[in-house]
Design a protein around this ligand. Structure first.
Ligand SMILES: Cc1cc2nc3c(=O)[nH]c(=O)nc-3n(C[C@H](O)[C@H](O)[C@H](O)COP(=O)(O)OP(=O)(O)OC[C@H]3O[C@@H](n4cnc5c(N)ncnc54)[C@H](O)[C@@H]3O)c2cc1C
Length: 475
């Protein structure tokens, strides 16, 4: 039997990360009694790992810099980049309210890096400069949220219970959510009562089994926050919630991993962005075929091409001349570290012939030989059937090298079905009374469709957290 706490909170927040911290602080501004329960031993969630890049249109900073931007233009960019696959209603809600949340962050101490906003970095570019981040990425945002929240904690309006993993929702006979049941730090099962419960438990990318079930794919790398195991989804489903987004999985081009395990640890990321480093190498799949023109300027096109490759896997193939002459392609590595990797790292391969390289790496040997010959002919003629323009050298001088690179996910595609009040919905689209959700638990694809739109996870998490906190007495 769980021990019941006598206090009835105005708002119980399950997950004190990006969205949860923000919701707590805005609810406390309205003198609400708030309880944050977090499974980890500190608040902050994914902000500890995140790059913390955020996008917002119509901000005070843009106005100061003479950038004429609107939420409507931001929304149209999201729909363009996602090829119409983002949820227009929820994306509109996010971008319409993003500037107010961004301005509040800056007024509270966030300092965007000099030269910002920019149109993009890493993901498909926006048509307008509305992309910002602090010098320490997600941690820059964490510090701002922490500072404000500490004041609310000191005022006695927000209580935080760490190492407290919520396992289920309490639901009354009429279906209303009236609290949660958690295992607290001492291992006791405790029942907490609240007028409203907000699920901000983040995604499920740290749980391989759930990842496989919801995405139909293997989670190849351990990149997400360790307590983001999809608990919020599990408990909401038990309370009758519906999920959405199963058909929108997309992986980034990923990283070279430490070993063959799934999930493994990312060792280093090959710089595949032609705007940062033009490719000298070729990319082949397990069949030994090139699957993209490697200098394709659209990262979205490269990601969608990778989605069709077995196990989201490709090998970067080069020869000795390229190894020595091209710039080092792995961020943070010098040439010595790079060259040594081919003798020390398990997914970096080196061989005297292309056949032996293919055999070691697990690529079709005959096809790899034919692919390299065809690429060399294209390089000599300057006419690549795949349309690649940057071909400085053939792949001809032994020894030959390959790096296995693995597409993977740092976020979670599938999420809870919600409406524009951020209420959690049943399959019949009716809200579950007393239950709200914000952050990655609503699924990355709701805001970005089957694409990655810069800053469209952290910013909406903060925006929706703020909106819910502001409405705490009307929820
Ligand atoms: C490496 C990396 C880089 C990224 N870069 C960017 C970027 O540049 N821009 C961008 O927009 N997005 C980025 N993202 C994604 C983005 O950071 C997240 O989507 C966002 O921070 C999630 O916020 P959240 O509030 O939903 O969850 P989180 O901030 O993850 O918080 C969830 C909290 O819930 C707690 N929790 C989980 N289960 C339970 C439970 N059962 N009981 C109690 N507590 C629980 C967790 O401990 C955690 O504190 C990145 C992600 C990663 C991993």
């Amino acid at each position: 039997m769980p021990t019941s706490k006598s206090k009835n909170y105005d708002l119980i927040i399950v997950g004190g990360g990006t969205a949860g911290m923000t919701a707590a602080t805005f609810a406390a501004k309205r003198n609400a009694n708030v309880l944050i329960l977090d499974a980890a031993d500190r608040i902050g969630g994914t902000l500890w790992l995140s790059t913390g890049q955020i996008s917002a249109a119509g901000t005070k900073l843009q106005k100061k810099l003479g950038i004429n931007d609107t939420p409507e233009a931001h929304l149209e960019d999201i729909m363009r980049i996602s090829r119409g696959t983002a949820d227009r209603t929820i994306a509109k809600l996010a971008v319409d309210n993003a500037a107010a949340a961004f301005d509040w962050l800056c007024d509270s101490g966030l300092v965007p890096v000099e030269g910002q906003p920019v149109k993009g970095s890493g993901h498909e570019y926006y048509n307008e400069a509305r992309y910002y981040w602090g010098a320490d990425g997600g941690v820059s945002i964490y510090r701002v949220l922490e500072k404000v929240l500490m004041t609310d904690i000191a005022r006695g309006l927000v209580s935080v219970s760490l190492n407290t993993r919520v396992r289920s929702l309490v639901q009354n006979k009429s279906g209303r959510i009236t609290g949660v049941v958690a295992k607290d730090a001492s291992g006791k099962t405790v029942k907490y009562a609240g007028k409203t419960v907000l699920l901000t438990t983040g995604g499920y990318a740290a749980d391989g089994a759930m990842f496989k079930k919801l995405n139909g794919r293997t989670q190849h790398a351990r990149m997400s926050y360790h307590t983001c195991r999809g608990d919020g989804l599990t408990m909401a489903i038990k309370a009758g919630a519906a999920l959405q987004g199963h058909d929108k999985y997309l992986a980034g081009l990923g990283a070279a991993l430490v070993d063959d395990r799934s999930p493994s640890i990312a060792l280093g990321r090959f710089n595949h962005w032609p705007e940062r480093r033009q490719p000298w190498e070729i990319y082949v799949n397990a069949k030994g075929e090139r699957w993209i023109n490697e200098d394709n300027p659209s990262v979205d096109a490269r990601e969608h091409a990778l989605l069709k490759q077995p196990e989201l896997r490709f090998w970067i193939v080069l020869d000795d001349a390229i190894l020595r002459q091209a710039s080092v392609p792995i961020d943070g590595w010098d040439r010595d570290r790079y060259q040594r990797a081919f003798g020390t790292e398990s997914l970096f391969y080196k061989a005297d012939t292309l056949e032996n390289l293919a055999k070691q790496a697990g690529i079709d040997a005959a096809k790899l030989k034919a692919t390299v010959a065809a690429y060399n002919a294209a390089q000599a003629s300057g006419n690549d059937p795949l349309g690649r323009k940057h071909m400085p050298m053939p792949i001809a001088k032994a020894p030959f090298y390959a790096i296995r690179h693995q597409g993977m996910s740092i976020s979670s595609t599938v999420g809870l079905a919600i409406n524009d009040k951020l209420q959690v919905l049943r399959k019949n689209k009716k809200p579950i009374p007393g239950l709200y959700a914000a952050g990655e638990i609503i699924g990355a694809s709701l805001l970005m469709g089957q694409s990655f739109c810069g800053g469209m996870l952290v910013m909406p998490a903060i925006t929706f957290g703020k909106m819910l906190g502001e409405r705490v007495h009307k929820l």
